[in-house]
Design a binder for this molecule. Sequence first.
Ligand code: SF4
Length: 226
Amino acid sequence: MSACLAGDNVRYDGVPVRDDFSLKLSTFVEVIKVCPEVELGLGVPRDKVILYHSEEGPRLFQPATDRELTEDMLSFARNFLKSLPPVDGFLLKSKSPSCGVSRTKTYRDKEGRLFRGFGKGIFALEVLKRFPHLPVEDELRLVNRRKKLEFLLGIYMFSFLREKEPKKLHSLIQEPLSLFLPGTERRLRKANVEEYGLFIKKILKKLPVGVLETLGEKFLPEKLRA
Ligand code: SF4
């Protein structure tokens, strides 16, 4: 989880974030916190960093210090993600040039004057590259009820796989799968942990929201669903 969402005072402006859902989630799951910008030694408070696009793709830059941070961030992200124990998902901070999964402003120039559009942060892109099958969201996207259920059920289901229990997981979701995705249900009956993991996000995307609500009522703590 982005450390600022988990309540750590690590934002560039020194103003803490207060996100009730992230704080609530932290009381139900084991959280590994990280602030990639603090890990680069940028300090709190720090001069703002921005995301700009060069021909090579998105780049991280600190205009006030004229500092290119892309390579340092990529190297930190790759080493950090490689060092993680098995995890069930990521909850990152929206809009951030490092952590944003959505709504991160990108610019055409290094000074951040020419707005280009919205994209994803450099750290978030590495997370998505290394863990394409895990639930990866930011707090802003989870305002959407369906996305929130997909995320919570996803981390719940991956925790079963982490315990190496694909058959148990299958027995819990077999009924709605047989009804709505019979082909997938048949395919997953004998799937091993890795194969099952490849299907979780796809299954959750395809099931109707009413079914996700029912699964949520069955498996997720009420306080977390609210
Ligand atoms: S968004 Fe990411 S980089 Fe920015 S303060 Fe939060 S954890 Fe640190």
